[in-house]
Design a protein around this ligand. Structure first.
Ligand code: 16G
Ligand code: ZN
Length: 507
């Protein structure tokens, strides 16, 4: 039996090995709900941007956030137990939780062919404890986070329609704060749905925001096998830096965007004549949103009363960080890779703008800020609260982020090329190395420093020092059996040469 771990994105692997995992996660979700006084827990069935034959499952905690870390350990132990130990393990855990508390679990799944059969296995586990199941069927990951949050915090069982109206109406209502004519901005968007649930569901949002946003949907085939995430979607565009398949260039649009297979990641882009693309990735989204939110803060005279930070990972381009610090005057904090680390850091501030370069992120606003804005009750404080309404604060949500981006592009009357030109990326390359045991590499300081094997970091530092404005870090992947090597420098030649040096050190 493969030893699965509850990782940054829950349990994820080939769908064929997952039924027993889903059954056990059904048991676990019931326990989690009971341990939280019967509050609802979310169970999302998806493997995000992974190939169609994979699948996965992750738990959503009562406030709509990812599963608390101590329970990740519980999840891993439960899934790694032998069949005959499962009962003992569950019973030992049950001693700590009050069995008589009724449990509720909200479920959603993506378009993978394996999702529905796997759901049955999870339901078998949930029925063991007589858990009340609310099945949202086909939804994006952020939609389920929204439903769980609203059920526990606002005591309402929302319907899908209400999710789209919540964000769509917030977007519509913000129009009164925006110019009525534009020199540069265009409301036309070509939307790459990765042949997944995002391509399907974006139409519901479109119905609410039409005609203000004109969205043409591409890659929305969820019935042909093998098409999910295949040569399309946010991960493909980000890693290959090329136009996705699906004939997206057949008529010219001024704006293009791609989401991933469960629509929690988003990347804007526009094509060059050779089919390569200019990427408006998570780095550039963070810049755009942080710039605008900072302006709102200044307008509300709150710049000195609240604390705002941008949270990034070491994969953020050095020039992006520099732009945020030097040009926008906002502090940047780094965390390890994985959304939960960025999210938890962002919670510490009144405004935490967090994005991974791959397009996963959102903005968190503190209760203190919301109260201050409500008390002020001025036009601009109402405007700020309207902006916050448009933000899905539970998790990165490609739909909510798209509406925020469109809002800022209008407010500043920008084309994608103008947004892209705010700063220039340093040359960079992400490569992989295969080693006998990736877990022998241990890192600290937000993945930027290797502490084991001892001495490896010093050797890398010596290589890095030979190149101008260079940076390199090495970390074991959390999702694949490989090591990732990131290199950044002034020129492509330097990046290539330094990558070769670091690869030799790691191998
Ligand atoms: C997971 C993470 C993503 C991270 C990626 C890194 C979530 C929901 N997803 O997909 O944030 O960027 O892992 O993958 O946390 P790696 O460890 O293979 O480089
Ligand atoms: Zn995803």
């Amino acid at each position: 039996m493969e030893l699965l771990q509850y990782g940054t994105a829950g349990f994820r692997t080939k769908a064929s090995v997952l039924p027993y995992v889903f059954y056990r996660v059904g048991l676990l979700a019931s326990l989690r709900s009971k341990s939280k006084g019967g509050q609802s827990i979310g169970l999302m069935i998806t493997a995000s941007h992974n190939p169609e034959q994979d699948n996965g499952i992750k738990l959503i905690d009562p406030s709509g956030e990812m599963l608390e870390q101590s329970w990740e350990v519980v999840a891993t132990q439960l899934v790694q137990s032998n069949n005959d130990q499962v009962r003992d393990y569950v019973e030992s855990k049950l001693k700590e939780v009050d069995k008589s508390v009724p449990s509720t679990v909200m479920i959603g799944y993506d378009t993978r062919p394996s999702s529905k059969p796997l759901l049955e296995a999870a339901l078998d586990g949930l029925h063991v404890f007589g858990t009340n199941v609310i099945n949202y069927t086909l939804v994006t990951t952020p939609m389920l986070h929204f439903f769980v949050f609203n059920h526990n915090v606002n005591k309402q069982v929302y319907e899908e329609k209400e999710y789209f109206e919540h964000y769509g109406y917030a977007y519509q209502s913000y129009k009164k704060y925006l110019p009525s004519e534009y020199k540069s901005y265009s409301n036309e968007i070509a939307f790459d749905g990765a042949n997944g649930v995002g391509g399907l569901k974006i139409k519901n949002l479109q119905n609410v925001v039409k005609p203000d946003l004109n969205i043409e949907v591409f890659n929305q085939d969820v019935s042909t096998q093998g098409k999910l995430n295949f040569q399309c979607g946010a991960d493909f565009v980000k890693t290959r830096k090329t136009v996705p398949s699906g004939d997206m260039l057949r008529s010219s649009h001024s704006k293009y965007l791609s989401v991933d297979g469960d629509a929690d990641r988003i990347i804007y882009w526009y094509p060059n004549s050779d089919n390569s693309v200019n990427l408006l990735d998570g780095d550039r989204i963070a810049v755009l949103l942080a710039m605008y939110i900072n302006e709102l803060l200044v307008k509300c005279n709150l710049k000195d009363s609240v604390q705002m930070k941008v949270i990034q990972t070491a994969y953020t381009n050095g020039n992006c960080t520099k732009y945020i610090k030097d040009n926008l005057g906002i502090d940047v904090i780094f965390t390890s890779t994985g959304v939960k680390y960025l999210h938890h850091e962002a919670l510490k501030y009144d405004i935490g703008v967090y994005f991974e370069a791959n397009g996963h992120g959102t903005v968190l606003f503190s209760q203190k800020l919301k109260t201050l804005l409500a008390q002020e009750n001025t036009e601009v404080s109402k405007q700020f609260l309207n902006f916050i309404e448009m933000t899905n604060e539970t998790v990165g949500d490609s739909f909510s982020i798209m509406l925020l981006i469109e809002t800022v592009l209008q407010a500043k009357d920008l084309t994608l090329a103008q947004w892209y030109a705010l700063y220039h990326d340093l040359a960079n390359k992400l490569s992989t190395a295969t080693v006998s045991n990736r877990n022998l590499i241990k890192t600290i300081n937000a993945d930027t420093e290797i502490v084991e094997p001892v001495g490896m970091q010093d050797t890398i530092n010596k290589s890095v020092a030979k190149y101008k404005n260079a940076r390199s870090f090495v970390r074991p992947s959390g999702t694949e059996d490989i090591v990732r090597v990131y290199v950044e420098a002034e020129t492509n030649e330097d990046v290539k040469a330094l990558t070769e040096e670091v690869q030799q050190i790691v191998n």
